[in-house]
Design a protein around this ligand. Structure first.
Ligand SMILES: [Fe+2]
Length: 296
């Protein structure tokens, strides 16, 4: 199907990620970080929209923040913040942390190598407002089945085997911004990938080990179901558009489920889509035989 149709209601969120860059210009750095883990690709998808694991799975990362007397987003109680999670048709989801960080993304950052000089340079030129552009948007956009936009990184998830997955993380730069912004992005990018991602990888492999236990046949993914709100008739998403993007999307594409960031609505949503794809006959179109011009 056409890309716009596949994206559906997640498209306005992608637009937001792009439009925050001056001139709408993005540069994908052609030197990605690659890693593999010994678990099914779906555990990374479970992780992508899960706000509840961060407090304990990333405890060491959070403690690093505490050492610097910096309150990180992850150190807070995820279910008690005004952050929002949304599950869309076709398995897409977003986690919007912005309502939980009124002081803006940069205020959540701890000091990083060389960041003092870069920040000072921006401040001297009266460009402190660009510091929020140096961090991620605090809007995670997960495009089913394999594209995750988190922070300023594009993650591509590739299944290698039933118990092996390859992830490629591309850093996205802002060529329309002063170079200090991109240099800070490099430092911000290293921070979580170095001190947080290893936690997730450890969890992924432990989950896979747990899944292999035959006696445990089922996984409960009902968390949040009783509290989730179905936005079928549209609702204000807090964006400047007065909620029209969500309303329009709900009208055109059907059910959008909103919850706090501890809900498993995104997990239920993508598994529903995965099940549909795995069980419905594929719509294949093609032509039999060799095209006329290639016949001899
Ligand atoms: Fe994580």
């Amino acid at each position: 199907m056409p890309l716009a149709e596949h994206l559906g209601p997640v498209r306005p969120y992608l637009d937001e990620l792009i439009d925050r860059h001056p001139g709408g210009a993005l540069r994908v750095l052609p030197t990605p970080v690659r890693y593999e883990f010994a678990a099914n690709w779906k555990v990374s998808w479970d992780n992508a929209a899960d706000g509840i694991h961060a407090t304990f799975a990333h405890r060491s990362y959070n403690l690093l923040g505490k050492e610097a007397e910096t309150d990180t987003v992850l150190a807070r109680n995820p279910a008690a913040t005004p952050m929002v999670s949304r599950a869309f048709p076709r398995g897409h989801s977003v986690v919007d942390q912005r309502p939980g960080i009124p002081d803006g993304p940069w205020a959540t950052m701890r000091p990083l190598p060389t960041s003092d000089e870069l920040v000072a340079a921006l401040q001297e030129r009266g460009e402190s407002h660009l510091l929020d552009l140096a961090t991620g948007s605090m809007l995670n956009v997960n495009v089913f089945p394999n594209l995750i936009f988190v922070g300023n990184q594009l993650m591509v998830v590739e299944p290698v085997a039933v118990d092996r997955t390859r992830v490629t993380m591309y850093l996205v730069l802002a060529p329309g911004a002063p170079e200090e912004v991109d240099l800070l992005r490099l430092r911000v990018d290293e921070d979580f990938v170095s001190f947080g991602t290893p936690d997730d990888l450890e969890m992924f492999e432990r989950v896979q080990t747990g899944l292999a236990i035959e006696e445990d046949e089922w996984i409960d993914t009902s968390r949040g179901a009783a509290l989730d709100v179905v936005e079928q008739n549209g609702a204000d998403d807090g964006a400047d558009d007065g909620g029209t993007a969500v309303e329009e999307a709900a009208r055109r594409y059907g059910e959008i489920v909103r919850g706090d960031i501890a809900t498993e609505a995104p997990v239920r949503g993508y598994l529903r889509e995965w099940t549909r794809l795995m069980t419905e006959p594929a719509e294949l179109t093609g032509r039999r035989g060799v095209p006329e011009r290639e016949r001899v």
